[in-house]
Design a protein around this ligand. Sequence first.
Ligand code: TYD
Ligand code: MG
Length: 449
Amino acid sequence: MPRARTEWRCSQCGQVAPKWLGRCPSCGEYGTFVEERPREDVAAAVPRTPVRLEDVRADAAARIRTGINELDRVLGGGIVRGSVVLLAGEPGIGKSTLLLQAASRLAAAGRRVLYVCGEESAEQVRLRADRLGADGQVLLLPDSDVAGVVATAAAERVEVLIVDSIQTLSDSQAPGIPGSVGQVRACAQALVTLAKATGIAVVLVGHVTKEGTVAGPRVLEHVVDAVLSFEGDRDHAFRVVRAVKNRFGSVSEVGVFEMTGRGLEGIQDPSGLMLSQRRHDAAGTCVFPTVEGTRPVLVEVQALVTRTWLPAPRRHAVGVDAGRVHQMLAVLEGRAGVRFGEHDVYVSVVGGVRVSDPAVDLPLALALVSAREDKPLAGSVAAFGEVGLTGEIRAVPHAGVRAGECARVGVQTLVAPASRAALSADGIRIVRSKTVAEALDAAALRSAP
Ligand code: TYD
Ligand code: MG
């Protein structure tokens, strides 16, 4: 067998190089390259005995409900014993809050829970727990040594181990400082081994920065069983927990929370919350039934169009990709004859939600033209559909779910893409349009040519 070559790997970002480098060309850190020797134990290993699939005992009921419905929903009905779940999100989004609440519910249900608080002292956790009205039976471990954590979890015979956060843990056997790729990977590996060997369910907190690239969650995604992403705007109340990966459930579920003075509260009716402050009679607003996973959520798309004397008019977008807004302005100009050249344009999706659903095009177009013409949409109007460069409206998935949600909250008119599939919902007028110009006519927005 040819000898494998020695490689050098950056302990900060994982970049591989054939020789030692002083500065990592990928992340720019100095002195982070460590040698990775090829393994020689494979040739010497004794073959193991595989088990037949039918002989494996699988206990479908081995789920532990956290008691937080929105969280259990995302997990697919609770945490699976012996599984490792990563909860990733930006600092301050509410990861510690959610997990302390979950720990408290579990403890109150008589389960043994160990909460490793590497980021905060036990006193700090206690202060937060008091605010949340948390159960006092949760076991705390303010430690950061992974070997100690593993030993404690096993000795205390806990059912659930929460590690807040994986970036603060350290493994004395691995290279690098806590939080570096090597450390994070080694610590996660130790916890995965613990989970598989003992059946303890492990939940890891992982921080992601604004750029979403920091050491941690990214390198962990493939070693853990499930990755939950905690999203939302820190300055807004509305938070979404989404399954990005789930070996034991679907990835189409989302949990919706609101941050309150007493922690995170699950929201049963996100649409109601999103539309609660909406003004029906204002120009420049349109309801958009978006779909989070398989769950419809109505959001409000707003636009403001004002005269400008600037040579390059301003275009500003919050909650929706600015490129989409630019493209929509061009399509409206080129295909429907609505001019924005002498106007500043501001677009916002209300409530701190970020919409990446392409079906936002049509409500965006209606809101823009409504604002441009200073004409409110007649009655309560919602719309969805992707708009192409020729001004055609393209069908998008989940049309029925979207229409149903609009009907539920009392939207009167829904402008939807034309397609062969029938679309109906109780008590709502559905207008199917082929082009954006047709949709503007349907919403009575086009001034007579
Ligand atoms: P935290 O859970 O510490 O975020 P993370 O662990 O993801 O970094 O806290 C998130 C924010 O929520 C923090 O700025 C304080 C706020 N907060 C509340 O508004 N209400 C509460 O009951 C708690 C505990 C925190
Ligand atoms: Mg925290």
